[in-house]
Design a protein around this ligand. Structure first.
Ligand SMILES: *Cc1c(COP(=O)(O)O)cnc(C)c1O
Length: 357
């Protein structure tokens, strides 16, 4: 007898991070270009020194949740912490649904929703977005209400499309379906259509947030679920008790207190996005290989091109990491300097690429 992995696990391909090589410029995973640990070094060191390593962490990360709630002007009772928002997606799907329950995702979208759905043996149906990558809310409502759907989960703004759904449409959706609606607002700091402030009005709404993007702390692994009383209580009951370690709590609390710095970084990324987007638009007028530049409301720009993987490989050879996604490439907004390097390398690459018409 030998041990055999469960069938569903055997089929999964391991998650492949960008090839382990040294890049001059990394614009492939939507991180912030600003490392807060450099700018707040003294305060962060002091916070770390105050941590008692021999003690278990605060289960609810109360202080961190308080600062988070304060940053966004919401109520702390509605905030539950997770080890990255990834963990919260996993908890929501594993604990709130049963095997064979129907989950709806939108496609294209963040791959982790369908991944966890698959892992927990839910039935995942991806609803295709339209030709312009937009979502028809009416159709989603109809689908959910006619197919015994238990949960709907998507990102807004969406990774990878960079497009967003307005708050009024989200509200219409949440009001008109019976299922749980999970809205991943990882990129909402770069837009202004959040529904975090109305979670207490709808008992089927959960909003996910993370410190990995606008806040520049992807390395610390901290996410938040914002929901009304019932869902929040359930989440706290099923999450593992010490899911967020004391160092992460201490550092994130300290950084979250520095609203000014975080808002400045966010504003700068938004300003850089505008410039990057305009320059990509310019370039797309000059090179047919760049078919379309989407109007981003996130911290990355999506460009449609039939030679996405060729462009990404050529850029990687030049020390610039971006992501190919189907017939598009996605580039994270970096500092002005990083964006300039990316743009000039991209121009060199596109000049040389032949398109077979
Ligand atoms: C990057 C990203 C996250 C972040 O996940 P963490 O686990 O908090 O780092 C969540 N959702 C989407 C759509 C993302 O792109």
């Amino acid at each position: 007898m030998s041990y055999e992995l469960n069938k569903k696990i055997r089929k999964i391909e391991p998650y492949e991070p960008a090839k382990e090589r040294v890049y001059r410029v990394r614009l492939d995973v939507n991180e912030s270009p600003f490392d807060v640990s450099k700018e707040m070094e003294e305060e962060i060191v002091a916070a770390i020194k105050s941590v008692a390593f021999n003690r278990y962490p605060d289960m609810l990360a109360e202080e961190t949740a308080r600062q988070f709630a304060n940053y966004y002007g919401i109520r702390q009772e509605y905030v539950t912490v997770g080890n990255g928002s990834d963990e919260l997606i996993s908890i929501l799907l594993s604990a709130f649904l049963e095997k064979n329950d129907n989950i709806v995702t939108l496609s294209p979208d963040f791959s982790m929703y369908a991944f966890y759905g698959y892992l927990y043996e839910n039935k995942v149906t991806p609803l295709q977005k339209d030709i312009n990558l937009m979502v028809n809310i009416g159709k989603v409502i109809d689908y959910c209400n006619t197919h015994d759907v238990k949960a709907l989960i998507f990102s807004n703004p969406c990774n990878p499309t960079s497009l967003g759904i307005k708050r009024e449409d989200i509200v219409r959706l949440v009001k008109n379906v019976f299922c749980l609606v999970v809205i991943d607002e990882a990129y909402m700091d770069f837009w202004d259509e959040s529904v975090m402030d109305i979670v207490d009005e709808y008992d089927n709404l959960v909003v996910l947030k993370t410190v990995s993007k606008a806040m520049g702390m992807a390395g610390l692994r901290l996410g938040f679920a914002i929901a009304g009383e019932n869902i929040s209580r359930a989440l706290r009951t099923v999450k593992s008790p010490y899911n967020v370690n004391s160092l992460t709590q201490a550092v994130c609390t300290t950084v979250l207190k520095n609203k000014t710095l975080l808002k400045e970084h966010t504003e700068e990324i938004i300003a850089n996005r505008r410039i990057l987007q305009e320059k990509l638009h310019d370039m797309s007028r000059r090179y047919t290989a760049l078919e379309k530049v989407y109007d981003s409301v996130a911290n990355f720009v999506l460009v449609k091109t039939p030679v996405a993987s060729e462009i990404c490989e050529a850029l990687a050879d030049r020390g610039v990491a971006i992501r190919a996604i189907g017939n598009c490439f996605r580039v994270t907004v970096g500092t002005k300097e990083e964006n300039e390097i990316f743009l000039s390398e991209l121009e060199e690459v596109v000049k040389q690429i032949k398109i077979i018409e």
